[in-house]
Design a protein around this ligand. Structure first.
Ligand code: BGC
Length: 767
């Protein structure tokens, strides 16, 4: 755990430069705009340890699979979002000496992520080995309003010398992924041009042939007056630069503005990518840095206006939740249904930037309540579009008759994961995709989605479950053998409670959906049955039989659901008894020891209790929580949030708050000692859920929003907004008041602590 980020309600602040925190800070201070993003690498040369990272959403490379022991059914490749051309570089040379913070004495260093206005700011004074001192002030932003453009304003003041200074802004396409399986570079050059202060480079991905053009245009100012510059161009393989040599007098400030544009063949024909990049750069340059910043601040102001969560009386908690909301919004804007949310967003390479069950299980509720309806619809359509691939994926594993197994990890619908115990066995992800349809319909009331897209997906997933279970003669029940639950610290188990639970739930929901579509859209119903070749009688009967006769492991003595068969055979020790030095266990123990231990990586039975809470009474929830939580090491970022929500539900407010802080500040305080690899973007949506569903007690019940708010002891008050079917509600909670304000023009019915209210437009109730 680290503790170097200064607490502030609106800013992420690092004071003082400590090289050992640099790669973690590169993740934390990352920027993105939904279309592209980057780690907070320095503009000037840095010879210390760094993980350069620039990413363009949707642009990926199928890296040939590398495994020790090939198993039939493995995918041929792992699709990864690529480290794309680095456009931020500006080398600075002062009288022959390179500005490099790894080689200078650095003072007054400050790095600030301004979440209110959406830009990155860095200031420092550097003393070069020769004794020359410069003061640097660098700001940059990735435009949210024109998502093909970005800008950097880089100022250098000569503090104790006069002399020659040269700036070399460049674009470097000769980059590679740290996680490349064969140490291969993934880009080929298509073309490049530099003239004067402007340059472009177009590169293409090997195999997938995505074209990406990156352009830059430079302006230089001396004490605010624009200078005429005569840059010298240099080009190398996949690289362009334009060097500007100039003079600086002691006390003067030179300011270089680097405008950048990035376009790709995701959005243009290949032959148009360069022209589009040129146009984007013209648009950016026509504005000044200040105008771009103003537009950015404006965009964020509107975003915060609807999606902010305000905490009074606890700056650490406030900063935590805003950081999570900020990162989610800069990762995914929901405008493009081909895109999705990688677990690390634009902040690192881990997980390949691909789509996981995280999207449906964690992210969807955030976008449902804070973004336009089409944003969550797009997330669902993404999976509908990939249904054929999910069916092919299941076929590869031996399933038939249109059964679909959605991939554990994917970019285009094909499975990319290649560890048998997860690829073939962590099949609960299929259930999350079905549950997301239910969650979306329940929230938005858009039941038409079922006939349009949802039912086809539900049929295919249900077919998978009905083939994946097997009949046990010994038990005279259906069982689910050889699975991995959400707890990946346990593989190839029989009857994982969560997996069986979500499987059965899916079968029931698919039956309901069939009935609903039959009643409301009979023509479409017949069409779907024909298209999917669905034999209603035999398939539906089989589903009912499985629903009625599924086996679930249960411990009569403890009265808790058993995570899987044999769980009680393990040595029953608790996480609190683990020495701190051995945690996280995944960094200190052998995998074999982890697998045999009782320790649970993340919510597993509790994930099911969280999703299907209405099926259980409070005592059951309590007992299961008290049994499983103490055995959980929370070494997945997705764990504390679910625990926080359940703790809130059972009134264990203290623990709810502790889990909340852990999820909200997971990256800022680097709980799991891994933030240098990137931030946990998908779990940030979990943080939001632990606030709104946990403290706010928000649910959807009987087609209406339901709230049961309480306030953690440490806070004075809090408020959040959610949108629900064109109504925006603001919930305010203090120690002695709960009020709900309908900010829209439409009235709404809602429930607070089991009492129903009709809340007129623009009116407020206090409870
Ligand atoms: C978790 C998975 C999750 C993945 C990506 C893993 O550590 O165990 O549940 O899907 O990370 O976030």
């Amino acid at each position: 755990m680290k503790n170097y980020i200064k607490h502030d309600p609106w800013k992420i602040i690092e004071e003082g430069f400590d090289m050992k925190n640099h790669t973690a800070s590169e993740s934390l201070f990352s920027l993105g705009n939904g279309r592209f993003g980057q780690r907070a690498n320095f503009e000037e040369k840095y010879s210390g340890k760094s993980l350069p990272g620039n990413y363009v959403a949707g642009v990926y490379y199928p890296d040939k699979t590398r495994v020790g022991w090939w198993k039939n059914g493995y995918p041929e490749y792992f699709a990864k979002v690529l480290n794309a051309p680095n456009w931020i570089g500006i080398n600075v040379n002062i009288e022959g000496e390179e500005l490099d913070l790894a080689k200078c004495k650095v003072s007054d260093f400050e790095r600030i992520l301004d979440m209110k206005e959406g830009y990155l700011h860095r200031k420092f004074t550097a003393e070069l080995p020769s004794g020359k001192k410069v003061k640097v002030d660098a700001k940059r932003l990735l435009s949210m309003t024109d998502d093909e453009t970005a800008v950097i304003k880089y100022q250098v003041e000569a503090l104790n010398f006069s002399g020659k200074i040269s700036f070399t802004p460049y674009i470097d396409g000769d980059v590679k992924n740290e996680d490349a399986n064969y140490d291969e570079k993934f880009w080929d050059e298509v073309g490049k041009e530099v003239s004067g202060n402007e340059g472009y480079i177009t590169v293409t991905t090997k195999k997938t042939d995505f074209h990406v053009c990156t352009g830059m245009k430079i302006k230089l100012f001396l004490d605010a007056k624009e200078l005429e510059i005569k840059p010298q161009a240099l080009v190398k393989d996949k690289y362009i630069q334009t060097r500007i040599d100039t003079e600086i007098q002691k006390g003067q400030t030179l300011c270089l503005v680097k405008y950048a544009a990035i376009t790709s063949s995701m959005n243009y024909e290949k032959h148009e990518v360069l022209g589009a990049c040129h146009k984007a750069l013209v648009r950016a340059c026509a504005k000044s840095f200040e105008t771009m910043l103003k537009e950015q601040a404006h965009w964020w102001q509107a975003k915060w206006e609807h999606g902010d969560i305000i905490v009074n009386g606890d700056v650490a908690a406030q900063q935590g939740i805003r950081f999570n909301i900020f990162q989610l919004n800069q990762t995914y804007t929901g405008e493009d249904e081909r895109l999705n949310i990688g677990p690390k967003g634009f902040t690192g390479e881990k997980y390949g930037g691909s789509t996981y069950w995280d999207t449906e299980a964690y992210c969807l509720p955030f976008y449902l309540a804070t973004a336009e309806e089409n944003v969550s619809r797009n997330l669902l359509k993404y999976r509908h579009k990939q249904l054929d691939k999910a069916i092919e994926n299941a076929q590869k594993l031996g399933f038939k008759n249109g059964a679909a197994l959605y991939p554990m990890v994917t970019m285009n619908g094909e499975e990319c994961h290649n560890e048998w115990e997860i690829t073939f066995e962590e099949i609960h992800r299929n259930g999350a995709i079905a549950f997301a349809i239910y969650d979306y319909v329940r929230y938005t009331g858009d039941k038409a989605y079922l006939a349009e897209f949802g039912l086809e997906v539900l049929i295919a997933i249900s077919r998978f479950w009905s083939q994946r279970v097997s009949w046990s003669e010994a038990k005279k029940q259906y069982v689910m053998l050889g699975v991995t639950g959400p707890n990946e610290y346990e593989n190839n188990v029989n009857n994982n409670w969560y997996t069986s639970k979500i499987a059965i739930w899916t079968l029931k929901y698919a039956q309901e959906a069939l009935e609903y579509v039959k009643q409301t859209e009979p023509t479409r119903y017949t069409e779907i049955l024909e298209k999917t070749n669905f034999n209603f009688k035999s398939e539906n009967e089989k589903w009912s039989d499985i629903i009625e006769n599924m086996y679930f492991a249960y411990n009569e003595e403890l009265k808790v659901f058993m995570q899987q068969d044999g769980f009680m055979d393990k040595e029953q020790i608790l996480a609190k008894d683990l020495p701190m030095a051995e945690r996280p266990i995944n960094q200190n123990w052998s995998w074999d020891r982890i697998l045999r231990s009782v320790f649970i990586k993340q919510a597993d039975v509790l994930q099911g209790i969280y999703l299907f809470e209405d099926e259980f009474d409070m005592d059951t929830i309590h007992r299961n929580f008290d049994f499983y939580e103490p055995r959980t090491v929370h070494e997945s970022s997705l764990s504390p949030c679910v625990h926080s929500i359940i703790a809130s539900k059972i009134g264990d407010n203290k623990r709810a708050y502790q889990f909340y802080l852990r999820t909200a500040r997971l990256d800022l305080d680097d709980y799991n000692n891994e933030v240098h690899e990137g931030c946990h973007i998908t779990s940030m949506a979990g943080t939001w859920m632990s606030f709104v569903k946990g403290f706010g007690g928000m649910r959807i019940k009987n087609d209406k929003p339901y709230f049961a708010p309480y306030i953690p002891e440490e806070w004075e008050s809090y408020s959040f907004k959610v949108n629900f079917r064109q109504v925006i509600l603001q919930i305010f909670v203090s120690k002695n008041e709960i009020s709900i304000h309908n900010l829209s023009e439409k009235s709404i019915q809602l429930t607070v602590f089991d009492k129903d209210y009709n809340l007129n437009a623009k009116s407020k109730i206090s409870v």
